[in-house]
Design a protein around this ligand. Structure first.
Ligand SMILES: Cc1cc2nc3c(=O)[nH]c(=O)nc-3n(C[C@H](O)[C@H](O)[C@H](O)COP(=O)(O)OP(=O)(O)OC[C@H]3O[C@@H](n4cnc5c(N)ncnc54)[C@H](O)[C@@H]3O)c2cc1C
Length: 518
């Protein structure tokens, strides 16, 4: 059995094994040379008041002790096994496919977007203001919305599935083992594409099918049971269809609505992206400590109640970039990503307020369950009207936004297509802008210097969660009125983030295994 040691260290001591290995040896009263393997099992930074500390939990394997076996996932051949259709190759769809293979089913994945390398080229075009491919962009394509992201792997919904197994699967497919022990693990936009491609190769090698540029246009339902889909004009049948299309696929909601599949409106959140110089956030969070250089770019997580509603930071990307996450040129939608080293000079975060059904009640009569979706689209279009040139986005300095005055200039910003000065409060619904402004003042009390004109707000952060739920039965996880239809992931309203979507996809695979004979 390895020995478990917990140390509280300075950032410098924790930064390199050459500093902490002698401390472990001293603690265990052994020679350093007796340690055959020392591996971190948990690392967290404690940046609360006073000196900065790093808590390290380590496993020490001494001398000839048996060492841990490398991670392995076994994907048996599923050639000839029952076929299950999965619509969408995001985290929910991919994890569902891999788990189905483990359980002896053949997944057939349809993805509207391109494979990850070709998709990267379309994303580069968006950044260069060369137009948006509506099927291949930051939201659509292999790996889904999280492929060109910060790749944060933290989730509050760890209980919904085997969180550690989900992380181990990523490591098996090429992620750094660090994700297994960091308190807030992340991968980075430069590394995610390779991992996603490895997952696809594993699916294909086991006999599963992955079809790119094949948008599912129709669901075939007869007598309350799903029979298959129409994808790229072809009819494809299966005993079960998994809908893992994410929350940006508005056409899927319209298609389901048209087909008489019951949907439900739900509360969600919208706002802006806020960006500060990373150095400013480091100084606030790390108290200008001289040992800051040994720590990663600092992050934050803020929440306030304003006028009875939650306002909160969301998907914070230290050392990252604001990106154009639109799926149609008529909209302005922003989001954030970071490379693995999180080393850009900018710190951006979603900064959003709750949107409740009462806020879009005026659209309910006309659009029913899709009213929230229409409200979301209207805000995105209002933002585009402020910055009509290509993929530029409307922006305002933060102190000006709070004071309700025009910005006479804008600071440097990581958003490559470019930002355009605009008074956000003049076109955003007042209930949103007033709450966002008040929350910035509240946050400034917790992080002195947060309210500054060095920072900028960019519009709009509208795709945080889905405004529409595709309901499902609690036990069978199928749509309550359509047997064999399994809604999953963020688009169905059962996940928020890469890992929670992945866990939900695995759950669906396990539910299918209880109803479809293998
Ligand atoms: C820029 C950005 C950064 C993000 N950063 C993070 C982060 O750091 N950490 C985190 O946890 N989350 C992050 N997110 C959110 C995260 O990506 C999502 O929560 C997650 O990807 C949801 O997974 P999903 O599988 O449910 O849906 P998605 O990832 O949205 O995947 C859905 C897939 O379905 C496909 N599809 C849609 N319609 C059809 C159709 N009709 N036919 C065939 N295919 C279709 C789409 O092309 C897409 O590939 C980020 C999102 C973005 C946009």
């Amino acid at each position: 059995m390895p020995k478990i040691i917990t140390l509280t260290l300075s950032p410098k001591q924790a930064s390199d094994a050459k500093f902490y290995t002698p401390l472990v040896a001293r603690e265990l009263r052994i020679k350093e040379s007796d340690i055959a393997l020392l591996r971190i099992v948990k690392r967290s930074v404690d940046a609360r008041r006073g000196a900065l500390k790093v808590n390290l939990s380590l496993e020490a394997y001494i001398d000839k002790e048996e060492q841990p076996a490398p991670l392995h996932f076994d994907y048996p051949s599923v050639v000839g096994k029952p076929e299950i259709i999965i619509v969408g190759a995001g985290p929910a769809g991919l994890y569902c496919a891999l788990r189905l293979i483990e359980l002896g089913y053949k997944p057939i994945l349809f993805e509207r977007g391109k494979e990850v390398v070709e998709r990267g080229k379309d994303i580069a075009k968006i950044q260069r203001n060369q137009g948006v491919n509506p099927d291949s962009n930051y939201a659509f394509g292999e790996g889904g919305a999280g492929t060109f992201s910060d790749g944060k792997l933290f989730t509050r919904s760890k209980k919904r599935g085997d969180y550690n197994r989900a992380l181990q699967r990523l490591v098996f497919h090429g992620a750094s083992p660090e994700v297994l022990y960091e308190a807030h693990p992340h991968i980075g936009s430069d590394r995610l594409p390779r991992i996603i491609a490895n997952m696809r190769d594993a699916i294909s090698a086991a006999g599963g099918e992955v079809h790119f540029e094949r948008r599912v246009e129709e669901l075939i339902v007869r007598n309350g049971r799903v029979e298959g889909v129409i994808a790229g004009g072809d009819r494809v049948e299966a005993q079960a269809v998994v809908i893992a299309t994410g929350h940006s696929a508005r056409d899927i909601y319209y298609m389901l609505h048209r087909s008489g599949v019951r949907l439900e409106a739900k509360a969600y959140a919208m706002g802006v992206r806020i960006e500060h110089p990373q150095q400013l956030i480091n100084n606030i969070q790390y108290h200008r400590s001289p040992e800051m250089e040994y720590l990663p770019s600092a992050s934050y997580s803020l929440v306030a109640q304003v006028g009875g509603r939650g306002v909160y930071s969301f998907c914070m990307c230290p050392g990252g970039f604001i990106v154009p996450a639109l799926t149609d040129e008529s909209e302005s939608v922003v989001n954030g990503m970071s490379p693995s080293h999180r080393n850009s000079p900018y710190a951006n975060s979603g900064f959003v307020t709750e949107i409740r059904e009462e806020d879009f009640a005026h659209l309910s009569e006309q659009y029913g369950a899709l009213a929230g979706l229409v409200f979301q689209q209207q805000l995105e279009q209002a933002a585009r009207a402020q910055a009509p040139e290509n993929q530029t986005a409307p922006a305002q300095r933060v102190a000006d936004f709070v004071a309700g005055r025009r910005s006479t200039s804008l600071p440097k910003c990581s958003y490559v297509p470019g930002i355009v000065e605009s008074r956000l409060d003049e076109w955003m619904p007042k209930f949103m802008s007033s709450r966002l402004r008040e929350a910035i003042s509240v946050f400034d009390k917790r992080m002195k210097g947060y309210l500054t004109n060095e920072a900028v707000v960019v519009g709009v952060e509208s795709r945080t969660s889905t405004p529409v739920r595709i309901p499902r039965d609690r036990e069978s996880l199928q749509h309550p009125e359509v047997a064999g239809l399994y809604p999953t992931g963020e688009g169905a309203g059962f996940a928020g983030g890469i890992i929670s979507a992945a866990l939900d996809g695995e759950r669906i695979a396990e539910a299918i295994a209880t109803t479809v004979e293998s």
